[in-house]
Write a protein that binds this ligand. Sequence first.
Ligand SMILES: CC(C)(COP(=O)(O)OP(=O)(O)OC[C@H]1O[C@@H](n2cnc3c(N)ncnc32)[C@H](O)[C@@H]1OP(=O)(O)O)[C@@H](O)C(=O)NCCC(=O)NCCS
Length: 185
Amino acid sequence: MALPWEFRPLAGPRVSLELLRPDDFEALYAIQSDPEVCRYLLYEPRTPERVHEVLERDAAATRLENPEDFVQPAIRDSTGRLIGTMYLKLASLDDKSAEIGWLLDPRFTGEGYAREAAALLLDLAFGELGLHRVYAELDPRNVASVALCERLGMRHEAHFREHMWFKGDWADTGIYGILEQEWTS
Ligand SMILES: CC(C)(COP(=O)(O)OP(=O)(O)OC[C@H]1O[C@@H](n2cnc3c(N)ncnc32)[C@H](O)[C@@H]1OP(=O)(O)O)[C@@H](O)C(=O)NCCC(=O)NCCS
């Protein structure tokens, strides 16, 4: 595995992944305070103070070296505008595994941007980083996220029933995974 890895921008045909910047606050707040966006996320719609905190934290997360290290870059369109964020967290060095996640501004869904952004991270994970497995955890009711996993070729590996107490009710968790030899961007 080629670790540590220091963040560098990743560019695809229509979107790029770049570190968050202080001037992303307005766009990030609009996304993370939206109840519909947050419906299946672990957090409730965020306050401006909380978005300032996470923006600062995530902008400083630039190095993948140890388990739990993560990057949370902005997804930017061709104009440089923030349209969402991606997430890649090292899970295990021994098992060469990582978790992936995604978040799009609802005004930019339905265009394949999340798929393209996820492909950039999977190319990185299975290429330069030399990882063996990448997985996503989601609420199976989150059909948009399930569909994205399937479009990426991720396998439905597990379904935990009433796995967690989530926003006032029991909720299931789905696990989707993909191995290095299965990934074809
Ligand atoms: C999950 C989420 C990122 C999916 O976004 P998305 O835009 O549906 O995903 P994709 O980028 O794969 O886009 C696929 C759609 O774009 C369409 N599309 C249009 N042009 C396309 C192109 N050039 N290439 C690929 N797909 C294209 C596809 O047909 C598909 O449309 P459909 O949903 O009507 O079938 C988004 O719904 C989201 O941010 N949700 C809220 C946060 C969240 O729940 N995150 C996940 C927590 S587990």
